[in-house]
Write a protein that binds this ligand. Structure first.
Ligand SMILES: Cc1ncc(COP(=O)(O)O)c(C=O)c1O
Length: 347
């Protein structure tokens, strides 16, 4: 049985990351919950890493990244943050909430999919006091953020631009540490993860997990990203690059290769943010079987993928599998009309 605290990379990984500036927003570890009903249905031993359960603004994977990104922003003297995302963006909501708490001005550049109905994450962005800049397409968002930063500088403010999804080399630290956290929690239950499965969007979560796995020398743990929008090949390249750049910021000469990154793009269901009957049925299944709330943009697609990979035999029966619930809970309310249309009010 492996012992996470004893593996040679631990001091290197933990030590180097813990020296970085960080704002503490949440208590860790988040729960790792055994899902008995899912396990019985699927024939695997399924644990859910509850990163949807956090005290910061309804939680989610972006919080782990923001702790380091905002630590960096404050260390650099920023008094405003600018970021981007879809109208339903969890990252935008969590950034706005953290900015409110830290006394920073927040600017959110938002675009479709989704809309500005006063509901879900968009409603929370407004409640957290963020300045909202609406644009018609994600293609112009980076340019708009840059212009906004220039304007703020001219007005004597000190803005810090956060890439969409917190996908910066610094943001990657969050899930490098989370990999260790998961391995340790399972070890304490006398188990070892065979698979870690989660939704992949901008790739920073997976970059962190892959980096953590490599630094701890636990390559036998297979990390599977289920893409919610982009194709597997460009995502794998991007994730490998992000992990390598992140290692560099830690002073580590380490190369992550795209071949080390596993991403399935079979569960996008048409496009990022597109919600189909299969997605709605997955939400319903998880709710009825385990009392678990999945969202239609990220976690339901990832969970559908997990079930299908077990059915296809890619994930072997009897394996120990960790599904990371990456959050996104407010989105279920933002798209309640679509879910109702797909399932019917009484199902
Ligand atoms: C709930 C949720 N799950 C998963 C993801 C994907 O994470 P990442 O962007 O780090 O790949 C996101 C953000 O994009 C998210 O908000």
């Amino acid at each position: 049985m492996f012992k996470p605290r004893d593996v040679p990379g631990v001091t290197c990984l933990i030590g180097r990351i813990l020296l970085k500036p960080r704002i503490r927003l949440i208590s860790l570890p988040t729960p790792l919950e055994y899902a008995k009903n899912f396990s019985n249905d699927l024939g695997v031993e399924l644990f859910i890493k509850r990163d949807d359960v956090m005290e910061h603004a309804l939680g989610g994977n972006k919080v782990r990244k923001l702790e380091f990104i905002l630590g960096d922003a404050l260390a650099k003297g920023a008094n405003a943050v600018i970021t981007r995302g879809a109208y339903h963006s969890n990252h935008a909501r969590l950034t706005a909430a953290a900015a409110a708490k830290l006394g920073l001005e927040a600017y959110l550049v938002l675009y479709p999919p989704g809309g500005s109905e006063f509901q879900g994450n968009f409603m929370l962005d407004v409640l957290f006091g963020a300045n909202i800049v609406e644009v018609s397409s994600p293609d112009v968002a980076d340019e708009v953020m840059e212009r906004l930063a220039q304007d703020l500088r001219v007005r004597g403010r000190r803005p810090y631009v956060i890439p969409g999804g917190g996908a910066s080399p610094i943001g990657v630290y969050g899930y490098a540490l989370a990999f260790w956290e998961i391995a340790t929690q399972l070890y304490e239950k006398g188990k070892k993860p065979d698979y870690i499965v989660h939704a992949t969007g901008t790739g920073a979560t997976q970059a962190g997990l892959v980096l953590g796995r490599k630094l701890l020398g636990l390559e036998e743990v297979r990390v599977i990203g289920i893409s919610v929008g982009k194709g597997s090949a460009p995502l794998r390249e991007h994730i490998a690059r992000l992990a390598t750049e992140s290692a560099k910021t830690l002073g580590l000469d380490l190369q992550v290769d795209p071949e080390e990154v596993v991403v399935y793009d079979d569960y996008i269901f048409g496009a990022y943010g597109n919600i189909t009957r299969e997605v709605a049925e997955t939400i319903s299944y998880a709710a009825r079987r385990e009392g678990l709330v999945l969202d239609p943009v990220y976690t339901a697609k990832a969970f559908y993928g997990l079930r299908d990979l077990v059915e296809r035999g890619v994930i072997e029966k009897g394996s120990t599998v960790v599904f990371i619930h990456t959050g996104g809970t407010p989105i279920i309310f933002q798209y309640s009309n679509i879910i109702e249309d797909l399932l019917g009010k009484k199902q």
